[in-house]
Write a protein that binds this ligand. Structure first.
Ligand code: G3P
Ligand code: CA
Length: 267
């Protein structure tokens, strides 16, 4: 990760991003297993993915846990806000049965447990910083500190990202060398200014609002664009043809066959 090829983007600078695959398993292999669980990360590895995306937010005691929503309601058998619940209580909840009874007993992993598994599986990781309003700075700082402490220095790439620019700024202050991705539903008129201000390496955009003119402009400036969430192979093929560097997918095994090979020096 850190080191040559993962520097912050500059206009026209073509970053090789060694170790970044074409397909990133979104919340793990989340069509096959309950999202953001260790089962979903193992399933991603079994399906040949080289990288997973996960969502990290703080529990009440400040421990980063891996869960998408701000509440426990949708993906566990608990209720209430993650931020109002201690990590020890969250660890007791079931995070698998809602998806399929076969996954009963899956837990909401701590970020530390998730990173430990991913490093052992040799998977790269994109940690998305999720924060309730007012918690952005603390989340960015805590997560960056944890990643820097536990992720092996010689491990696969690790990339932080967030919709919350304050969280990215705090992560940068805490551990400047961790690469950052600016995450937006649409690029917006100020994407260049925001990338430079936050010293971001990658730009992560939603597929729904992405038009060809934007893709052409980003390609001209050699911005590494990562698009979420792409589950249709034909759409993925079109995006790759327009210069998109990688896509996030719930079905990584369905997208991998249409992904163009990376230049040898980039893989
Ligand atoms: O990081 C890309 C994507 O995961 C952002 O949207 O809602 O799935 O976290 P969401
Ligand atoms: Ca996410």
């Amino acid at each position: 990760m850190r080191g040559r090829g993962w520097e912050p983007w500059e206009p026209g600078l073509k970053l090789p991003l060694p170790g970044l695959p074409r397909v990133i398993a979104h919340r793990g292999a989340s069509a096959a297993a309950p999202e953001n669980t260790l089962a979903a990360f193992r399933s991603a590895a079994e399906r040949g993915a080289g990288m997973v995306e996960l969502d990290a937010r703080l529990a009440r005691d400040g421990v980063p846990v891996v869960i998408h929503d701000s509440t426990l309601d949708r993906t566990t058998d608990g209720r209430g806000r993650v931020l109002a619940t201690d990590s020890g209580r969250i660890a007791l909840l079931d995070a698998g049965a809602w998806f399929d009874p076969r996954f009963r007993g899956e837990r909401v992993p701590t970020l530390e447990a998730a990173l430990d598994l991913l490093a052992r599986l040799g998977l790269a990781v994109n940690v998305e910083l999720k924060a309730d309003a007012g918690e952005e700075r603390r989340t960015g700082a805590e997560v960056a500190r944890l990643v820097a402490r536990v992720w092996p220095a010689d491990g696969p790439p690790v990339l932080l990202s967030s919709f919350a620019e304050e969280a990215l700024a705090a992560a940068r202050r805490e551990v400047p060398e961790l690469p950052r991705g600016l995450l937006r539903e649409r690029a917006g008129p100020d994407w260049r200014e925001a990338m430079e201000r936050l010293a971001c390496t990658t730009l992560h955009l939603g597929r729904e609002h992405l038009d060809e003119a934007t893709l052409r402009a980003l390609r001209r400036e050699a911005v590494p664009v990562l698009v979420y969430t792409v589950n249709d192979p034909a759409e993925a093929r079109r995006l790759f043809e327009h210069g998109v560097r990688a896509v996030f997918s719930d079905v990584p095994e369905a997208i991998a066959p249409v992904a163009p090979p990376l230049p040898h020096a980039w893989s």
